[in-house]
Design a protein around this ligand. Structure first.
Ligand code: SAH
Ligand code: SF4
Length: 450
């Protein structure tokens, strides 16, 4: 291959670095981008300054994520000045918006190529074109053609945990959210392709598989009649091997009792559910276009807890959505107190271009958003701590992820339910161990291996 030939001429391999922002779907995409570059003959490096090609995979869900991607990309200008042969590419959700693609074209002249979320498979052709001194490339595409590129090589970050995308895009158009605009309409992969990939992962030694989709409960719509996400879960569960299945995300409006029953029946499906509530106020939920009420949500949670003992329940909460008043916020806090989540991923509402909520006139002032955000964290920290205290003295099974980043004397890992554990002991990353919980903290269980 051209890159290999160039590498051997130079006496050392050409290197690439992929910098990823955003959600699990982006991480999964980056593993495919890396897989293609590896197959082209590039070698991976985590140090941008050593790379011959830098690819920034961006997020657009909040302004903060865009700002980071823009400033990081801006920082590569000096690398290009030092090494004019360096290739710089920007891809993903942020540049799947026309105004950002234009920014790249005009304000970042050292960026060699830009492509939207579902042009990922064109990376080799784009890179070869640029290596052969073709013009800078700017491809805007969000997958509205409904096609899915299959059989793209993957370079996984972890040998025992893996992402498995079951569908792409979103049709829900929550009024705050940019995802449907940048990832296009919902489209599901054929079950045969998913099962084949799952079998390959298991054969490769993966023991923990997370199925991905913006709303996995829409899996199969428009593709199958009578085959949906629960059936897919059962089929993956029936594959030979010793592994755990997780999934995200489940939109509460489409999460059914059948889904819960299937989780309960399938022994390989983890007792873990991520069910984004967003707000405890029905008025706000309706303005968000979420199509469920707090009561219907709560009933589903009660059903899930009854059917799946030891369920780890997590959620996304957003504060400061336009029109949110004190009473709405109180209702969200009350919901946290009633439902008692193991973990809450919390967000401050961020105005996104081309979304309806960005034009609502009753935007909440930033300082009030900040106050509500901090209040919510305080409330949730206490709840998280309270739940975790219930684990003290118990023994949990943990998939070890190696040394803790905060303390190299400790190991870290996750329980079957996906709870973070930090523990003393000796084990390799990828090993399942038993840990006795000795102390509870709001976000982590502390313990010792037994
Ligand atoms: N498909 C998933 C969510 C994907 S985005 C679902 O429906 O649950 C992940 C989270 O980001 C959302 O749940 C929401 O809480 C948050 N988010 C999305 N748009 C946002 C915005 N404009 N401002 C702040 N948070 C946002
Ligand atoms: Fe965004 Fe709503 Fe789709 Fe989730 S379901 S990706 S929040 S539009």
């Amino acid at each position: 291959m051209a890159i290999n030939a160039a590498s051997s001429e130079r006496g050392e391999p050409y290197k690439f670095c992929v910098v990823t922002y955003g959600c699990q779907q982006n991480e999964a995409d980056s593993e495919r981008l890396s897989g293609m570059l590896k197959q082209m003959g590039y070698e991976k490096t985590d140090a941008e300054e050593n790379a011959d090609l830098i690819l920034v995979n961006t997020c657009a869900v909040r302004e903060h994520a865009e700002k980071r991607a823009l400033s990081v990309t801006g920082g590569y200008k000096h690398l290009k000045e030092k090494n004019p042969d360096l290739l710089i590419g920007v891809c993903g959700c942020m540049v799947s918006q026309e105004h950002r693609l234009d920014d790249m074209k005009h304000k970042y002249p050292y960026v060699d190529f830009v492509f939207g979320t579902s042009y990922l498979w064109r990376l080799p052709e784009i890179v070869y074109g640029r290596l052969n001194k073709k013009k800078r490339q700017f491809l805007l595409d969000t997958g509205d053609d409904g096609n899915i590129a299959e059989d793209i090589p993957v370079l996984r970050e972890c040998r025992y945990r893996a992402w498995l995308s079951v569908m792409y895009g979103c049709n829900n158009f929550c009024t705050y959210c940019v995802v449907p605009h940048v990832r296009g309409r919902e489209r599901s992969r054929y079950k045969e392709d998913i099962l084949k990939e799952a079998r390959e992962l298991i054969a490769d030694g993966v023991t923990d598989i997370t199925l991905l989709g913006q709303n996995v409960n829409s899996y199969g719509h428009g593709l199958y009649d009578g085959y949906s996400f629960p059936e897919l879960l059962s089929d993956i569960n029936a594959l030979d091997g010793d592994f755990t299945i997780r999934f995200m995300t489940s939109h509460p409006k489409d999460a059914t009792k059948k889904l819960i029953d299937t989780m309960a029946e399938c022994e390989k499906v983890a007792p873990q559910l991520h069910l984004p509530l967003q707000s405890g106020s029905d008025r706000i939920l309706s303005r968000m276009n979420r199509h469920y009420t707090y009561e219907s949500y709560k009933k589903l949670v009660e059903y899930a807890r009854e059917k799946i003992p030891g369920l780890t329940l997590t959620t996304d909460i957003m504060v400061g959505f336009p029109g949110e008043c004190e009473e709405d916020h109180e209702q969200t806090l009350r919901a946290l107190g009633e439902i008692k989540y193991d973990m809450v991923y919390s967000f401050i509402y961020s105005r996104r271009k081309n979304t309806p909520a960005a034009d609502y006139e009753d935007q909440v002032p930033e300082d009030i958003k900040g106050v509500r955000f901090r209040r919510m964290l305080e409330v949730q920290n206490e709840i998280g701590l309270e739940i975790n205290k219930g684990y003290v003295g118990k023994t949990v099974r943990v998939l070890c992820d190696g040394e803790s980043k905060n303390d190299e004397q400790m190991l870290t890992g996750r329980t079957d339910g996906g709870k973070n554990v930090c523990f003393k002991g000796e084990a390799e990353a990828g090993e399942y161990v038993k840990v006795k919980v000795t102390e509870a903290r709001p976000f982590v269980l502390m313990g010792e291996m037994i």
